[in-house]
Design a protein around this ligand. Structure first.
Ligand code: ADP
Ligand code: ZN
Length: 721
């Protein structure tokens, strides 16, 4: 009798054994549907030797697998990646498998999808909704859901029209949905330096072996141009490519550039996809029809049929670190996927993370360097503006020097960018009468005023409320004052200072989809925007030749808080945003507003001594035993009940094993002591590099019990401290 060990999509369960009915075949990797109690659930067949079960069930008690899905079985390298990710990040394998199956994307099989289109037949029974639907659809084709959205009617109306013969099903082949990129569509003329680096990358693709490579080039040096040559090589080889980007807002400029180079769009994979698009993309990737996928971190777990290359662009970006659910770092998982798939992994960055530089120093990663901007463009001139010596007027945030520079830029018909990494109008609202501060009811966080939508918003849980007319504490009317600046407030200042200029606020509040990002790019390119006021969303990826001035409104902002990466992150962020200035013929200028022009980060940026800064940072990490020389893991205990949270945290602390080379701090309130209505306590584990901290944690946490109302999550290599 054939048995199969199945990992179901339920994080609370271990693997379960089932019988494979005689007429079915369910080899390792198959996606199957199996019964669980009265329910049915999707899962994947696993090699029993690699996934031990604690509940071996006799043959006679096994239940049957119900169906094997008509999709290619998961391949060994992806299954190894799922195992590794679960192991390393102490997550349930089922939670990682869920990412690979992209919820139910795997459920429908085959190399075709069924879409629907109008036939021109008038349905025997007309209703206003049917008329509206047929008018709006007007010759378009798509899934039922998509047509319903276009038509503004329910799915049922569309299905009714199908029954009535007014809309008919058509089979669409996956490869026609995802046209193949042409590697020779438009070949660029590479500079000598670029060609040398490109040749090395192409050779790595041709070697069909694991090779982690840092592509280290200043902003505007042509890193994208160069790695696209490696992408071309993989396509010529008939293999697939994964390009990871840190933000979905960046996919739009990338798609455009990709289309110029290859004459076809890559497959985009991000959270903004509709379920139908997700399903099509998933299956095209699994069938090998989708040659190039560009996506956010979740694309890492897609079931590529024949992966030939992975690129992680802006590899230093902290947004690659996932904080919710499985707390993984996409850059690190990408390298592991490259190892299992035996393909090169290119980490592209102008400001590589200290962890990555260390891998190069140890000889584990190869480094390829592009030292200068393409086409002789100069690096921008960076200067500090000392806010103590050259302060703005009261209630303003732009120093006279910066205001003059913006004026000059506008007079030349060029564009300026003012960077402040703070969404909304003001980070804090208080009552001028009694001093009451508006706090989120669910989180230890201030409510942030957003004037564009006329709301107070919590940036941690999303809680929204209208700004009250009266102070809830003292009852005083119209007494609320905004404290400190956010981008919307800077935009107000810009409007007052430069009434003739056209300004745009660019944040995740205004760029809510790839389409909005495309619109922003078009307006910049057509010169319809003079001044951009933006958050970190505008610091990377964009190339605007007429943008010549960058003003950093508050360079000290990122240095606040005790985060061990604060200085590094600040340096990276300012270097990236500075890199937006003067990327073509016109020289760029960068003004960095600070109260501490002597701070090492500022000095390094102004003098251009990145190397010196990195060395000093690396040395201080080494002395502190901080990553990459030592490691941290955070244990976060959370519950709605404060006492239960504290109690479990205490018990975990008391159960901490004495291990040579490991120290445990806490419990103490987590940096966000309350989040989404849950109290949070944190223990911080600090360990030597060589210690198998996961093993210690598994034993340790396995020895403590807690009620289901309490959640205990482990964050290995945490980013937020
Ligand atoms: P990076 O990714 O290092 O910031 P990009 O690849 O975006 O640099 O290149 C910066 C700009 O220079 C882009 O507009 C790009 O199209 C252009 N560029 C770079 N290399 C070449 C080349 N060899 N030929 C033509 N344009 C190039
Ligand atoms: Zn909140």
């Amino acid at each position: 009798m054939a048995r199969a060990r199945v990992l179901l999509l339920n994080a609370a369960l271990g693997p379960l054994d089932y019988r494979v009915p005689r007429e079915m075949s369910a080899p390792v990797g198959s996606i199957v549907v199996a019964p669980l109690g009265p329910r049915q659930m999707v899962g994947a067949v696993w090699d029993p030797a690699r996934m031990p079960s604690d509940a071996e069930v006799g043959d006679n008690r096994l239940r049957n697998i119900l169906a094997v899905c008509d999709v290619p079985p998961l391949r060994e390298p992806l299954m190894r990646l799922i195992e590794w990710t679960a192991d390393y990040y102490l997550a349930a394998p089922a939670s990682v498998l869920r990412m690979a199956l992209a919820s139910s994307a795997a459920l429908e099989g085959a190399r075709t999808v069924v879409e629907y289109r109008p036939t021109g037949v008038v349905p025997p029974r007309q209703t206003p909704q049917r008329t509206q639907a047929l008018e709006r659809i007007d010759g378009r084709q798509g899934l039922v859901r998509e047509l319903a959205t276009i038509a503004g009617v329910s799915d049922g109306v569309i299905r009714g029209l199908v029954k009535a013969g007014a809309i008919e099903p058509v089979e669409v082949a996956l490869d026609s949905l995802f046209p193949a990129p042409d590697p020779d569509h438009h070949q660029p003329d590479l500079s000598v330096a670029q060609a040398t680096v490109a040749a090395r990358l192409v050779a790595a693709v041709g070697a069909h072996a694991f090779a982690p490579i840092l592509l280290d080039g200043v902003t505007g040096s042509g890193k994208t141009e160069v790695y696209l040559e490696a992408v071309a090589a993989a396509i010529r080889d008939g293999r697939q490519v994964l390009v990871l980007l840190p933000e979905i807002a960046l996919t739009e400029p990338f798609l455009k550039r990709f289309a110029e180079r290859f004459g076809a769009a890559p497959v985009a994979w991000h959270s903004d996809l509709r379920q139908s698009q997700r399903r099509r993309a998933w299956r095209a990737v699994a069938a090998g029809e989708a040659k190039v996928v560009v996506g956010a971190r979740s694309a890492l777990f897609l079931p590529f049929a024949d992966l030939g290359l992975i690129v992680v662009d802006e590899a230093h970006e902290t947004s690659f670190k996932q904080e919710d659910g499985v707390a993984y770092h996409a850059r690190d998982v990408a390298v592991m996927r490259g190892r299992f798939e035996e393909v090169p992994v290119v980490l592209a960055s102008a400001t590589p993370a200290i962890e990555t530089r260390q891998q190069v120093a140890l000889g584990r990663y190869e480094a390829l360097v592009l030292p200068a901007r393409f086409g002789g463009a100069a690096m921008p001139d960076i200067a500090a503006v000392d806010m103590t010596a050259d302060p703005p007027p009261r209630g303003r945030w732009l120093a006279p020097t910066l205001v003059r520079a913006v004026d000059e830029t506008l007079a030349r018909g060029e564009q300026a960018l003012l960077f402040l990494n703070r969404r909304g109008y003001a980070p804090l609202t208080l009552c001028r009468h009694c001093g009451h501060r508006f706090q989120c009811p669910n989180c230890t966080a201030w409510m942030v005023e957003h004037r564009l939508i006329h709301r107070l918003q919590c940036h941690h849980c999303g809680h929204l409320e209208p700004p009250p007319r009266r102070c809830p504490e003292c009852g005083e009317e119209d007494s609320l004052v905004a404290c400190g600046p956010g981008v919307e407030r800077i935009a107000d200042e810009v409007a007052a200072l430069f009434p003739g200029a056209r300004a745009a606020v660019v944040t995740s509040d205004t760029i809510t989809s790839p389409a909005r990002a495309a619109e922003f790019v078009a307006r910049m390119e057509q010169g319809e925007i003079d001044i951009v006021v933006g958050t970190q969303l505008v610091t990377k990826g964009y190339h605007f030749p007429n943008l010549t001035l960058v003003g950093v409104v508050d360079a000290d902002l990122g240095l606040q808080g005790g985060d061990l990466r604060a200085a590094e992150r600040s340096f990276q962020q300012i270097a990236q945003v500075a890199g937006r200035a003067g990327r073509a013929e016109k020289p760029g200028r960068v003004l960095v507003q600070t109260h501490d022009p002597g701070a090492p980060v500022i000095r390094a940026l102004v003098s251009g001594d990145a190397e010196g800064f990195y060395e000093a940072e690396t040395e201080s990490r080494r002395e502190a035993g901080a990553p990459p020389f030592g490691r941290f893991a955070a244990i976060i205990v959370s519950a709605e009940d404060k006492a239960a949270t504290a109690d479990v945290a205490e018990r975990i602390a008391r159960a901490a094993p004495q291990v040579e080379g490991m120290a445990v701090y806490g419990p103490a309130p987590a940096p966000l002591a309350m989040l989404r209505g849950r109290h949070r306590q944190r223990l911080l584990v600090h360990a030597r590099r060589a210690l198998d901290v996961q093993d210690v944690l598994r034993d340790w946490l396995g020895s403590v019990d807690w009620p289901t109302s309490v959640r205990v999550a482990v964050d290995v290599d945490p980013y937020s401290f």
